[in-house]
Design a protein around this ligand. Structure first.
Ligand code: ZN
Ligand code: ZN
Length: 302
């Protein structure tokens, strides 16, 4: 069971890094393990300034291969090697990930001290990592691109009476918790049949770059926190949409349809010194909208 989930907004800008905002990078720490969504320039420096050790990162999910979402990868990996990392690192991304990541990692001379496993993902699916799962779906951008969602598994509280009634041996309970059901003498017994209450798992979704697209509502549905790109304001919507991006209002409409609890906007165009107009427009549609700064950390309560 996961106790603590913490979000680290490492890079909140889009397109190119400025002195004020790095490009895309969001880490999620689940107790002692961290996963990273995107790895734009600055990501490793931001990690060093945050309270999260870059050595805790076990998995990296890249949304797409525009520079502002992955150019920090070779630097981060080479630093991990210099720090003597031994734990393997898994890197996931859309079609093309294998070739692009492999060539990014072949830059320059260095000794890779750990194993890297790259996996290309299709247009839609779900990966089970035991206590949590990561779902992904093709987003609506100008090149192959994915949106992601990480969900802690729902936690059922076993009911002693129901377990006794069904005569379930205690040693099988861990397996039932893991697999969600068990078959005994041809009868399927679901974890719900043995439980008295449920704590729904927290869910954090990350859009990457995308136009407003209703097909993503399913992926983002009921998120505790949705981190969505908001490249600019509605007066520039035509241009923003043409380049495969969303306005703050677009993001807010998706958040509302997805019934999320909280919307955090990121990936602001470097043209904005002040993002207040983007946030205000979004809040008119979805009041629980928040702006973001690099190095902001957010604890996701139970
Ligand atoms: Zn971008
Ligand atoms: Zn992009």
């Amino acid at each position: 069971m996961i106790t603590s989930i913490r979000i680290y907004l490492l890079g909140t800008g889009g397109s190119w890094p400025t002195p004020f905002r790095g490009t895309a990078g969001v880490a999620i720490r689940l107790d002692d393990e961290a996963i990273l969504f995107d790895c734009g320039e600055y990501t490793q420096v931001r990690l060093m300034k945050s309270t999260l050790s870059l050595m805790k990162i076990k998995k990296i999910f890249i949304t797409h291969f525009h520079g502002d979402h992955f150019l920090g990868l070779p630097g981060l990996i080479q630093t991990m090697s210099l720090f003597g990392r031994k734990d393997p690192l898994e890197i996931y991304g859309p079609v093309g990930a294998d070739v692009i990541v492999t060539s990014a990692l072949s830059l320059g001379y260095y000794d890779l001290s750990f194993e890297i496993r790259v996996r290309e993902l299709g247009n839609e699916g779900k990966l089970d990592f035991g206590e949590y799962e990561v779902s992904y779906k093709r987003s609506n951008h100008v090149i192959p691109s994915l949106s992601y969602s990480i969900k802690e598994k729902d936690n059922y509280r076993f009911d002693e009476n129901k377990i006794m009634q069904k005569k379930i041996p205690k040693k099988l309970l861990e397996r039932i918790r893991r697999e969600g059901y068990i078959e005994i003498n041809g009868e399927i017994i679901k974890i719900q049949d043995l439980s008295s209450s449920i704590r729904y798992g927290r869910k954090i979704s990350y859009s990457g770059d995308t136009r407003k697209d209703l097909s993503l509502v399913d992926l983002f549905k009921d998120s505790t926190v949705l981190i969505h790109e908001a490249t600019g304001e509605s007066s520039l919507a035509d241009k923003i949409n043409q380049y495969g991006h969303s306005t703050g209002r677009d993001a807010a409409e998706i958040a509302k349809l997805s019934n999320v609890k909280k919307l955090i906007l990121i990936h602001f165009s470097p043209r904005y010194n002040d993002i207040t107009p983007i946030i205000n427009e979004a809040r008119e549609v979805f009041p629980e909208t928040y702006d973001s700064q690099d190095l902001q950390e957010i604890e996701v309560p139970l």
